[in-house]
Design a binder for this molecule. Structure first.
Ligand code: C5P
Length: 407
């Protein structure tokens, strides 16, 4: 199987800040997500990260004050600005923001900004006092007004000694990649225009009594990411979600449910009118045979529960399927690919996204996911760990060819 098409071309630029230690991780993740990446660094960045670390992450030369003007006459800020779809400044210091906001061109980042890069995105990192300073606030407002984008900064532990927690920490690499991907998806063609996509997300809860339930630690993040990605690509999206803490994505119809029975009932109508169902929900497989209407008293040392199977939602939906394409998720600890392929065949899926709960990057609740895409015939493709939003777009890239044209 081929890997998905190259996404955008990005120059990642590091400026002066401790968070420059995270720049290589940002570069690697963007490359893994399919972007073509080059790296630039200001002299101040080299107080915190070596040129070699950046060059290794980039797999190529770093654009800095030494390599700026070349004997062959190439002015690198012009050549790279022409090449790039995006200049991502991570970390972005207060100084870098000020230079760009006032149109300076005395370091590689401000020179690139002035040289016609189509889009600039800043991932600021600085002390809270600096981020809140009216001058910085004014510079950020000026850059925003010029169409620049921002990701973060986040609240968290700050680098300065005894500083504690505050706003100003650079966003974590997965969040930065997600912001880049959102930008990329929004500027890409609306390839899901006129399509109806239904997504299930989160866990289900199966109540024993009014206060106790069987469930699992699914956060819903994967499904919410698929819903957001599909909406950004122009689809009309319905998200049926079990209990989660997440804010609903914009432009998405959200139906909140609790149990597996409710999830099936909520999915039926939207599914019948849909082109694509992406079933990320971690549906509980068992529910108590009866749900007590009052809280069960703590009588005796043991309690035996009678459990019955919940409906298999995919299997129930596939019975009345028309043209809908269905994609599932599976978590396996052993013989994953064969089992997942068998599941895809049994449940009528175009493909299934396999997770190994034991692997780092596949954990419930995290921002990343490591997925192996498995086709019903057993062919498979392991994807590297990526932000869930990036997995979501790749999954949609793969689902697209299964959709009937012009429906
Ligand atoms: O059989 P297993 O639970 O591993 O299959 C996983 C896939 O089936 C997921 O896409 C999940 O959302 C879906 N599923 C379902 N109904 C259930 C259990 C799982 O649709 N009762």
């Amino acid at each position: 199987m081929t890997t998905s098409e190259a996404r955008g071309k990005i120059v990642v630029a590091a400026t002066g800040g401790v968070a420059a230690l995270k720049t290589p991780a940002v570069v690697r993740r963007l490359a893994e997500a399919g972007y073509a990446v080059r790296v630039a660094a200001t002299d101040a960045a080299y107080h915190f990260i070596t040129k070699l670390s950046l060059a290794i992450a980039a797999g190529g030369e770093v654009f800095d004050s030494v390599s700026w003007f070349r004997p062959d006459g190439e002015a690198r800020h012009i050549a790279w600005a022409r090449w790039a779809d995006l200049l991502l400044v991570a970390p972005a210091s207060a100084d870098a923001l000020a230079s760009a906001a006032t149109g300076r061109a005395d370091d590689v980042v401000s020179a690139l900004t002035l040289s016609g890069v189509p889009q600039v995105m800043w991932a600021p990192a600085m002390n809270t006092a600096m981020w809140r300073h009216p001058t910085v606030v004014r510079n950020v407002a000026l850059l925003r007004a010029d169409g620049h984008r921002f990701v973060g900064p986040d609240e968290g532990r700050l680098a300065a000694k005894d500083e504690g927690v505050g706003i100003g920490r650079m966003s974590e690499p997965p969040a930065i990649v997600a912001a880049v991907d959102e930008w990329w998806a929004a500027r890409a063609t609306h390839d899901l225009e006129n399509r109806r996509v239904v997504v299930s997300a989160g866990p289900t809860r199966e109540y024993l009594d009014p206060v106790r339930y069987l469930s699992n630690p699914s956060s819903g993040k994967m499904g919410f990411a698929v819903a957001a990605a599909a909406a950004a690509r122009g689809a009309e999206v319905t998200l049926v979600s079990g209990p989660t803490e997440l804010d609903p994505p914009s432009e998405v119809t959200v139906i909140r449910v609790t149990s597996a029975d409710e999830m099936l009932a909520a999915l039926e109508g939207p599914f019948n009118a849909s082109d694509l169902l992406v079933m990320t929900a971690a549906v509980a497989d068992w529910r108590p045979q009866t749900t007590a209407t009052e809280k069960r008293p703590k009588l005796g040392e043991q309690l035996t529960l009678e459990l019955v199977r919940t409906p298999d939602i995919l299997t129930s939906l596939v019975e009345n399927r028309g043209q809908q394409v269905m994609v599932g998720f599976a978590m396996e600890t052993d013989q994953g690919v064969e089992r997942a392929a068998a599941k895809a065949r049994r449940k009528g899926l175009a493909f299934i996204c396999l997770n190994y709960p034991t692997e780092e990057g596949s954990a419930f609740g995290g921002d990343d996911n490591q997925v192996t895409l498995v086709l019903p015939d057993g062919r498979s493709e392991a994807w590297p760990p990526m932000a869930k939003r990036v997995v979501a777009d790749r999954l949609l890239d793969r689902a697209l060819p299964f959709l009937k044209s012009g429906s």
